[in-house]
Design a protein around this ligand. Structure first.
Ligand SMILES: Cc1cc2nc3c(=O)[nH]c(=O)nc-3n(C[C@H](O)[C@H](O)[C@H](O)COP(=O)(O)OP(=O)(O)OC[C@H]3O[C@@H](n4cnc5c(N)ncnc54)[C@H](O)[C@@H]3O)c2cc1C
Length: 842
């Protein structure tokens, strides 16, 4: 291993201020900003390749060009010098070189240097970077590292093997390894694939004299576009050159985002416009057969055809075949349909292989980090890794739009003079893929990258216009540690529980509620309270863990019908394989669903407070088996939704010795925000009229849609239940009084929340396991409260339901039942461990 010469920066005593990994568009963009802002810094830029250019060095196939307009794909600080809308590969390479020369990157460029590892050394608070070159390895010391390493392997593309490949007598070529001086004239070439590469290759090879067939398994969207950039030309006419370039860039970016949004929101309209454009070149039958994908436009990238070159080539010596490969033969390809495609050359335009950090590793004190467990901050830094940053651009728009913002963001951060910086991960969901785009190559390899969260600043959206203000002016100290605290954070990554995500693209399936036991009533303090129970026999306290289910404000025990029905069916769901292993979590789960007094079809209580209502529910449970539960050693699992969550917390605080676990589902108590509807109910006097109005179908019907957000979850059955419950004569008064007790028109009051939280956390200690579940699209109690709750209470299990409103138990009944059973199984296992330990201690 060789080391740096001592007088050159890069030693432990004289470290580089910055080491940039990768000399493609992103690395050179950063080099430009660093040289402009920190002229005194010592920095180097390393690349495995023997020259700069990144993608535009690797790819050399005929016709190689950008698929984005250069107004947005070019550097914002250097106008693209050519007239064409798209950029040719060689021109882009030279354009990158010009910027590298001006920024001093050429002198600092170390080619043929693969950065195998960047190791944060806590003894020196520096990176020891291992560079592998033809001459061996050397260690370079640096205060900061920035990876502009792209997102795919430059070493090799994605190359599935096809049956019979060995039989093929011709040449098989991957576009990433295009042979120099390949003569295509007169050759029969089959290009397998339908992405941007295949769409570029077909006209280029046809022009070079080949007879080309593009063989696609399924069609892609291909949009004809003018080859000359008219937008830029217009702006150049109106403004001085640099202002014109900025205006054109913004104009192109806004147009692209508008197009993307239109494609996603109104795919039908987008398809019709695209079809009209294609009709200039193709018959309706050709479009239907070869150019009408099954997916929506911009679910995957839309390919471009400048001046319709792709379509024009189809009128010459090129064609498209939509079929599958059965196998290669000695003379070509046998298709799934039984036809044969003769070929001299087969080009496998089968895509990229995703790769993080160029196949290198990141580590702390020699311990490599498992990237899959790491979480991105703004898609730029990694939680728990000091002085590290990374560039990833946009997938649905020009990469450079974002890569330049990332460079500026880092320069702004470095400009603060903070020597150490490190993102600190708050509890919450961190399992979102770094690239949320439904392309095959992303699906194949995204698990190799760190994940991201689901909210700013832990989530980067594929939206330039949203990110522009956030990255340019956003708070750079949010969820960040600086100075000594940043150093202490090295290695720390995931506080709080792992949050499980549940969601389904499948249509909502109502639960079969046949066989639900009828409701009963118990009399408590002279009022009747309605309950529904199953699996408890006569005395619920002998049934092992019984789950007591408490619904939300204004609702009824029917909110638990699905869970009660599923609880009676062993392994009803099976999707997570989490049917419990202990007696209490099998198919005989014992449940008691209770009408909160005054709601459902129960009679109103005298006093409407959280404490009294919780006390009444305890009293109802006591009355059920005719004994005072304070005397009984049997315990219950509390499961509460919304107000029911707060009631479950209050019940736990009142009688912790009787609670074996608590599950809170979109519970009240963790924030002040709530829907305007509840605020209206808290208005003095008028609020009572508002509460009374909730019995009108014109009110409760839309409210049901506000509460249940999953498509299809508001069934006719649910509306019937809502109507019956709304008709309870005592409900309006209880509703109004409870809302006023807990909140005001300004929102939910902090006083009781603080007090309840304090008593609840003391009551659960480390003895009572807590589960927290939330619907990601809850409009009644916002999803932000989920994260707040995770910060405030110790949670054993945390689950987020996507495309779900305020009641995951109704919107995802089976999945919810699975998650709850999983939690209870964990509770059971924990109890067995405890009693084993107690036995051992005896
Ligand atoms: C054929 C093709 C066409 C494309 N066209 C477009 C387009 O039109 N519009 C668009 O927005 N995007 C396009 N993309 C995506 C494209 O990759 C990016 O737009 C952009 O070029 C990426 O630039 P980059 O500098 O971030 O990464 P890359 O271009 O991938 O460069 C990364 C560099 O880092 C080096 N490197 C990586 N890891 C290490 C390591 N550990 N040590 C040393 N060196 C390392 C690599 O050798 C490489 O030179 C295209 C991609 C391909 C493959």
């Amino acid at each position: 291993m060789s080391t740096h010469t001592p007088d050159r920066p890069g030693t432990a005593d004289n470290p580089l201020d910055l080491l940039i990994v990768g000399a493609g568009l992103s690395g050179i963009d950063l080099a430009h900003h660093v040289s402009a802002n920190f002229p005194d810094w010592t920095w180097e830029i390393h690349d495995t390749h023997d020259d700069l250019g990144g993608t535009w060095h690797t790819f050399r196939y005929p016709g190689i060009r950008s698929d984005s307009d250069m107004a947005t794909f070019g550097f914002p600080f250097r106008p693209w010098p050519h007239r064409g809308t798209l950029g040719q590969g060689a021109d882009i390479r030279e354009y990158i070189r010009d910027v590298a020369r001006d920024s001093g990157a050429l002198e600092r460029l170390r080619t043929g240097s693969w950065i195998r590892d960047s190791d944060w050394r806590t003894d020196r608070n520096l990176y020891a970077v291992t560079s592998v070159t033809g001459d061996g390895e050397r260690t370079i010391w640096a205060r900061r590292v920035h990876y502009a390493s792209g997102y795919y392997s430059h070493g090799a593309g994605h190359r599935p093997t096809f049956p019979g490949e060995k039989d093929f007598a011709g040449q098989v070529i991957h576009p990433q390894e295009w042979p120099e001086n390949l003569d295509c004239r007169g050759r029969r070439i089959v290009v397998i694939g339908s992405g941007a590469t295949a769409v570029t290759l077909l006209p280029a090879l046809e022009k070079a004299g080949a007879r080309v067939t593009m063989l696609q398994r399924s069609p892609s969207y291909i949009a004809p576009m003018p080859s000359v950039d008219i937008i830029s030309a217009v702006w150049r006419h109106l403004l001085p050159p640099s202002a014109a370039y900025r205006a054109a860039r913004l104009n192109h970016a806004a147009r692209d985002m508008a197009q993307y949004t239109l494609a996603q929101r109104a795919p039908g309209a987008f398809r019709r416009v695209l079809r009209l454009m294609q009709r200039r070149y193709l018959s309706a039958e050709e479009i239907d057969r070869h150019f009408t994908p099954r997916y929506s436009p911009w679910d995957q990238r839309v390919c471009k055809a400048p001046d319709g070159d792709f379509f024009t080539a189809l009128k010459g010596n090129a064609d498209v075949v939509t079929d599958t490969v059965d196998r290669f033969t000695s003379r070509g390809i046998l298709l799934g349909s039984g036809k044969t495609l003769p070929a001299d050359i087969i080009v496998t335009a089968t895509g990229l292989e995703l790769e993080a950090f160029g196949g290198g590793t990141l580590s702390i004190d020699g311990e490599p980090l498992d990237l899959r467990e790491r979480v991105f901050y703004r898609g730029i830094m990694l939680a728990g890794l000091p002085n590290f940053s990374f560039t990833v651009g946009y997938i649905n728009a020009s990469w450079t739009l974002r890569s330049d913002m990332v460079s500026r963001y880092m320069v702004r951060l470095w400009g603060t003079g903070e020597r150490y910086y490190c993102p600190v991960l708050p509890p919450g969901r961190h399992d979102r893929p770094m690239l949320e785009f439904d392309a095959g190559y992303i699906r194949r390899g995204i698990h190799r990258f760190p994940t991201q969260g689901d909210h700013s600043p832990w989530h980067y959206t594929q939206n330039y216009l949203t990110e522009l203000p956030e990255l340019a002016f956003g708070d750079q100290r949010r969820d960040m540690a600086f100075g000594d605290r940043a150093l202490q954070c090295a290695g720390a990554c995931s506080p709080g529980p792992v949050v499980r995500s549940v969601g389904s693209a499948a249509p909502f399936r109502p639960t079969d509620l046949g066989g639900l036991p009828p409701t009963e009533t118990v009399t408590v303090a002279g009022r009747t309270v309605r309950i529904r129970r199953t699996g408890t026999g006569g005395d619920f306290r002998t049934a092992g863990t019984t789950v007591v289910m408490i619904h939300g404000i204004g609702r009824s025990l029917e909110d638990w019908d699905d869970l009660v029905a599923l609880a009676g069916r062993t392994g009803s769901t099976g999707s997570t394989g989490s049917t419990g292993s202990t007696g209490s979590t099998g198919g005989d789960l014992a449940c008691i669903a209770v009408d909160v007094p005054g709601f459902g079809l129960s009679e109103p209580p005298r006093d409407v407070t959280l404490a009294d209502t919780a006390g009444l529910i305890w009293a109802a449970l006591d009355a059920l088996d005719g004994q005072d539960a304070t005397e009984s050693p049997a315990r219950v699992s509390l499961l509460g939704n919304s107000l029911g969550g707060a009631l479950a917390m209050e019940m736990t605080a009142q009688r912790p010795h009787l609670v074996s676990s608590v599950a809170l589902v979109d519970p009240a108590g963790f924030g002040s925000g709530t829907t305007p509807l509840l605020r209206l109910l808290a208005v003095p006097v008028l609020g009572l009229i508002n509460a009374a109005a909730t019995r009108l179908p014109v009110v409760y019907r839309p409210v049901e849609h506000l509460i249940l957000r999953r498509r299809g979850a508001v069934t006719a059955h649910r509306l019937r239940v809502a109507g019956r419950v709304a008709a309870n004569p005592g409900r309006a008064r209880t509703y109004h009084r409870m809302v006023r007790h807990l909140g005001s028109p300004a929102g939910i009051r902090p006083g009781w929340r603080r007090d309840l939280l304090d008593r609840f956390t003391r009551a659960v200690g480390d003895r009572i396991p807590v589960m927290l579940a939330w619907g990601a699209d809850d409009l009644i109690l916002p999803y932000g409260d989920f994260r707040r709750a995770l910060e405030k209470i110790q949670v054993a299990d945390a689950v987020v339901f996507d495309n779900c409103g305020h009641m995951p138990q109704l919107e995802y009944p089976e999945e919810f039942a699975d998650e709850y059973r999983r939690f209870l199984a964990g509770v059971g296992a924990r109890q067995i461990r405890r009693s084993d330990m107690a036995g051992a201690a005896l």
